[in-house]
Structures are given as structure tokens and as C-alpha cells.
Design a protein around this ligand. Structure first.
Ligand code: ADP
Length: 385
């Protein structure tokens, strides 16, 4: 095809797309108007329609028989208006009260998300009389804000609970230490246990800080090219002493030239947590293997980092939940081995922040394999064999 013909075809396609878009838009407008205006609308105060059209929150004007006289575009997209009626009884009740006594009302309501399934939306509704016969409803979606609030409250409650254990233990140990001032052997024992509790406390505080940072708005502010080999080496190094103490051998197979785009510190933290878990949960004289391999095919290309252990494995029923904050299969055992219950939540956040994922395979009595999948850095894909 010559250049002129290509240009002509492209122009025609553009024109048709524009025409279709305009037709579709006006059809949806008409449908909305048909929804909103089943009969000629009663008189609305001047300018109201104009204001409704630009409002961010859902706005609906009802007549004396609860018919929708006018609604803002968001009221339709939010799903509170359908076929010229308000769907949620909770909103209608509020509107009727305002119509009866003319008083402005505001309420936080849980309204059904749809006709089926029992799901709900949290909304803030403000209702006011409009002229002598109409009622204006302004409805703001608070569902996401509510959810975030709940998550935050849960987190604070969990952290406080987790902090109580080491802080309480340290208070008791310091009392015991005072009582045992004349017994050097007991002093040594209590001081040692205080050190353990202090280490646990600082581990927990560090994990909380890491997780809060990761949950901030921009997980990857200045991504850089990161060599996975170096990340794996540092992550393994962090658990070297703990592994030696249990005669656990950590094997590592990572090619030198695999590079991902991201934050090296975060990746070391995530992989470090997986290796630490593998060592912590495994019995003495076992093996932990860390491997890096490129997943062939697929777009974008991925790399997989796997951490495999010969530990006790994880019951199938718990697999889905272990990435939740503070979820532990055996809480007492996790605490005793120095766990915070936040390790895997951190791994998950790092993976998501890098456009990747973390998954787990596990069989009780055999062991577990955690797999961190990350997009390969596009710039150097060619160099990697
Ligand atoms: P913890 O600090 O308790 O290890 P994590 O979030 O890192 O918290 O892990 C959550 C739970 O998942 C752990 O309490 C443990 O029950 C289980 N788990 C994690 N990694 C392993 C593993 N390699 N082998 C067996 N269980 C594991």
C-alpha cells in the first residue's frame, strides 16, 4: 500500500471511530435522560441542573413520589439510580423523612452493592429539601476509605498486642534480675533472656517500619538495575550464622547476569525473609536451596527466585493466609523461634511493588518452596543467556 492510501484509510478509520463514539455517547445520554425524566420534570430551582452535572459526589433530585427527576452522571455509574428510581431503601427512607419535616439530614449508611450477594457499600448521604416539593440527595462513596481505616485499626491493634509480649517479658525479667542481685549465675541467665526479648522487640519494630514504608504511596521511587545474584548472596549471608547454628546447608545457584528493575534493599529484605523463614522453620541437618532462573517465553519476560527447604511444610488450609499480616500457622512456635508474623506480608508487598508476585508450594512433612517472580529488566534481556 502506498503512503497516500495508508493515510486515507487511517483518516477514514479515525472519522468512523469519532462518529461511533459520538453516537454511543448520545445514546447513553438519552438512556440516562429516559431514566431520569419519565415525565416532564417539576420545576427545579434555576441552576440546579448545571451544578448537578459537575458534582463529584452522586447527586439525585427526587419528586414527591420518589421518582428521580434529575441525577448526576456519577449517580448512574455508582449504581444508586436505575430505571428512574433510587435502589437503596435506606436512602429512600432518609429522603422521605426530609420531605416530611423539611429538615436537612446527614447519615452514614450501609447500602446493598447490588440486588444479589449481600455485598454492601459504605456511603455518606446528605439530604436536603429543594424548593417546595423536591428533595436533593448527595451520596459520597466511603467504602474504600472505610476499608483502609479498618485495615489500619486492625494493624495498630495487632502491633500493640505483639509489642505487649516482649515488653511484658522484659518487665518481669528486670524484676527477677533485681531480686537475684546476689546470685551471679541467675543474673547471667536473666540478662541473657532480656537480650533475647530486646532482640525480638527490635525485630518486630523493624518489620513494622519496613511494612509501613512499603505501604506508602510510591513503593519504588527511584528504581535501578539490580543484579539478582548480589541480592541472593546478601540475603543468604544474613541467615548464614543462624543456618550454621542448626547445621543447615544453604545452597545457592544464581547466574551473574540476571538483572531486574527495582530497589535492591527491598529485594534483599524480601528474599532475606524467605531464606530466614526457611532456616527458622527447618529442623537441624537439612538443606535450603536458593535458585534463580529465567522463565522462557511470555511477555514481559520473568525471572523466578525460589527458596526451597526440607522443613515441616505448611498445612494446605493455611497456605492462602500465610501472606496476611500476623497470620501464623502456630503462633507460639513462631514467637519462640523469633518470628514476627510480618515476614511474608513484607515479601508480598515488595513483590507487588515490583510488578511481580510471590507464591508457595508446600507439602506437610516434605518441605516448602516459595517463588518470587519478577519482571526481567527489559534493557538487558538480550545479554542473558
Ligand atoms: P513468621 O515471622 O511467624 O515466620 P511470616 O509472615 O514470615 O511470619 O510467616 C507466616 C507463617 O507462615 C509462619 O508463622 C509459619 O507458620 C509459616 N511459614 C513461613 N515460612 C515457612 C517455611 N519455610 N516453612 C514452614 N512454615 C513457614
Amino acid at each position: 500500500m502506498d503512503a497516500q492510501l495508508v493515510a486515507a484509510v487511517a483518516g477514514l478509520v479515525g472519522l468512523l471511530t469519532g462518529v461511533f463514539a459520538t453516537l454511543a455517547f448520545s445514546a447513553s445520554e438519552k438512556e440516562q435522560r429516559a431514566d431520569a425524566d419519565p415525565k416532564p420534570p417539576p420545576l427545579m430551582p434555576p441552576g440546579v441542573a448545571h451544578v448537578l452535572a459537575v458534582l463529584r459526589s452522586s447527586a439525585v433530585v427526587l419528586d414527591e413520589e420518589d421518582n428521580v427527576v434529575r441525577a448526576s452522571p456519577t449517580a448512574y455509574s455508582f449504581g444508586i439510580v436505575r430505571n428512574g428510581r433510587i435502589l437503596a431503601d435506606e436512602l429512600l427512607d432518609l429522603a422521605r423523612k426530609v420531605r416530611r419535616d423539611g429538615e436537612i439530614r446527614e447519615a452514614e449508611l450501609e447500602i446493598p452493592r447490588g440486588p444479589l450477594g449481600g455485598g454492601t457499600l459504605s456511603v455518606l448521604a446528605r439530604v436536603a429539601p429543594l424548593g417546595s416539593t423536591l428533595v436533593l440527595l448527595l451520596v459520597e462513596d466511603r467504602t474504600e476509605a472505610r476499608r483502609v481505616d479498618e485495615v489500619r485499626r486492625d494493624f495498630v491493634a495487632n502491633v500493640s498486642h505483639e509489642l505487649k509480649t516482649p515488653v511484658g517479658a522484659m518487665a518481669l525479667l528486670s524484676e527477677a534480675l533485681l531480686d537475684a542481685a546476689d546470685d551471679p549465675e541467675a543474673v547471667r541467665r536473666f540478662a541473657g533472656r532480656m537480650q533475647t526479648e530486646a532482640a525480638r522487640l527490635s525485630h518486630l519494630v523493624q518489620d513494622v517500619i519496613d511494612l509501613s514504608r512499603l505501604q506508602g504511596h510510591d513503593p519504588l521511587r527511584a528504581p535501578e538495575q539490580v543484579k539478582l545474584h548480589d541480592v541472593v548472596a546478601e540475603a543468604v549471608d544474613r541467615s548464614r550464622l543462624a543456618a550454621e547454628a542448626k547445621s543447615i546447608h544453604i545452597g545457592m545457584a544464581a547466574p551473574e547476569n540476571v538483572v531486574v528493575r527495582g530497589d535492591a534493599q527491598q529485594l534483599v529484605m524480601a528474599l532475606g525473609n524467605l531464606v530466614e523463614n526457611a532456616v527458622r522453620h527447618s529442623p537441624n541437618d537439612t538443606r535450603v536451596s536458593v535458585g534463580v532462573r529465567r522463565v522462557v517465553g511470555g511477555s514481559p519476560e520473568l525471572v523466578e527466585v525460589t527458596v526451597t527447604d526440607e522443613g515441616p511444610g505448611i498445612p494446605e488450609g493455611d497456605l492462602e493466609r500465610i501472606f496476611e499480616r500476623f497470620y501464623r500457622v502456630d503462633a507460639a512456635r513462631s514467637r519462640n523461634t523469633g518470628g514476627t508474623g510480618l515476614g511474608l506480608a513484607i515479601v508480598k508487598h515488595v513483590a507487588l511493588g515490583h510488578g511481580g508476585e510471590v507464591t508457595v508450594w508446600s507439602a506437610e512433612g516434605t518441605g516448602s518452596t516459595f517463588t518470587l517472580r519478577l519482571p526481567l529488566a527489559a534493557a538487558i534481556t538480550e545479554e542473558i543467556a
